[in-house]
Design a protein around this ligand. Structure first.
Ligand code: MEV
Length: 389
């Protein structure tokens, strides 16, 4: 079987036939396929190790979005989500984007920020200077805590210092910049922040309090781009409508919140399927959307000189492929195998691409037939059998 994700009529197959197609595409073992077929891969022992006070396992449907072409590579996208039509909409819009050459994505290094709060400093600007002057020593102290990460080229790389005026007086806030490579990074960053805090406080002549990662991961960004022929979305009128929909979100935070919710429909579904921390990704996305002092859309849509629809998206994506539930949850391991991603950056690029495509699907439906006729049709069919959808 050829490795294409363009699978017309995938939705018409039975779950078993779909699983067979996915298993062939991803080279799943019989054991892995059987686990998916069971509709619930978390046994009592595994769940009990993951969190406290376990009494059961809570399930979400896992669907596969087809047709995705990202950076010239075909992907089948596992999506864990309770909302109907999201997977269908993603597959449909991925087919449209495919006609224009697919989606392209780039990412920065996996740089996360650990914050150390220092209080009671009489001369905070002198303290800032002194901390920066002793940067090398502090970085070495941090890196002693994670030789494994340092061994693969990661670790604490830099320090930034801000003097922050607060309700309890000025604070010196140190940012430890850590390359976490293929991890989400919270564990490594928190350990390092705790390790360097006493030394930072003594250099500053104050006392430390909080030592914790920042979820505003604005040094760990993905940037995504796609170009869609207008006939794919229903003609130049609909393409223009999509740009008008974006302009609405750009001008009005009430609309921007919903616009970004549509992006997160796609983003979260893959973040959850791969066992990643979706609260961290959500917090980062919305803080980033508000970084200019006003809540803004994470994507943009414009028309190029040929009338093609051009979409771009930029957002932080702190996701990993090692550690945490990405490894301990067997279903997350299978989803990562279906995706076939080799690095956390590749995973982030794929997730960003899904976010932009999901946004295209929503804006197209809103600009054309309206959400109730399109997007919500399946929902009505499923939950209100009497509805004439
Ligand atoms: C529904 O889950 C998501 C949408 O509201 C997104 C949007 O309005 O752009 C359709």
């Amino acid at each position: 079987m050829s490795k294409t994700s363009r699978i017309p009529g995938f939705y018409k197959l039975s779950p078993e036939e779909r699983l067979k197609t996915v298993a062939e595409f991803a080279g799943l073992t019989q054991e892995e396929a059987d686990l998916l077929k069971r509709f619930g891969g978390l046994d009592e022992k595994t769940a009990d190790k993951m969190i406290e006070n376990v009494v059961g396992a809570f399930q979400l449907p896992l669907g596969i979005a087809v047709n995705f072409l990202i950076n010239g590579k075909d992907y089948l996208i596992p999506m864990a989500i309770e909302e109907s039509s999201v997977v269908a909409a993603a597959s449909n819009a991925a087919r449209m984007a495919r006609e224009g050459g697919g989606v392209f994505a780039v990412s920065t290094e996996s740089l996360m920020i650990g914050q150390v709060q220092i209080l009671g400093v009489k001369d905070p600007y002198r303290a800032k200077f002194e901390i920066l002057r002793n940067k090398q020593e502090v970085l070495e102290l941090a890196n002693e805590r994670d030789p494994v990460l340092v061994g693969v080229g990661g670790g604490a790389k830099d320090i930034e210092v801000n003097v922050v005026n607060s309700k309890v007086g000025p604070m010196v806030v140190v940012h430890l910049i850590v390359d976490v490579k293929d991890a989400m990074g919270a564990n490594a960053v928190n350990t390092m922040a705790e390790a360097v805090a006493p030394r930072l406080a003594s250099i500053a002549g104050g006392r430390f309090r909080l030592r914790i990662i920042s979820n505003l991961a604005d040094k760990r960004l993905v940037r995504v781009w796609t170009r869609v022929p207008p006939e794919e979305v229903g003609g130049p009128g609909v393409a223009e409508g999509i740009v008008e929909a974006w302009a609405f979100a750009d001008a009005d935070p009430y609309r921007a919140a919903t616009h970004n919710k549509g992006i997160m429909n796609g983003v979260d579904a893959v973040v959850i399927a791969t066992g990643n921390d979706w609260r961290a990704v959500e917090a980062g996305a919305h803080a980033y959307a508000a970084r200019n002092g006003r809540y803004e859309p994470l994507s943009r849509w414009e028309l190029d000189e040929r009338g093609y629809l051009v979409g771009t998206l930029e957002m932080p994506l702190a996701v990993g492929i090692v550690g945490g539930a990405t490894r301990s949850n067997p279903l997350a391991r299978i989803c990562l195998k279906i995706l076939g991603v080799k690095t956390a950056r590749e995973l982030a690029e794929v997730i960003g691409a899904v976010g932009l495509v999901q946004n295209l699907a929503a804006l197209r439906a809103l600009a054309a037939e309206g959400i109730q006729a399109g997007h919500m049709k399946l929902h009505r069919r499923k939950f209100e059998p009497e509805a004439k959808a």
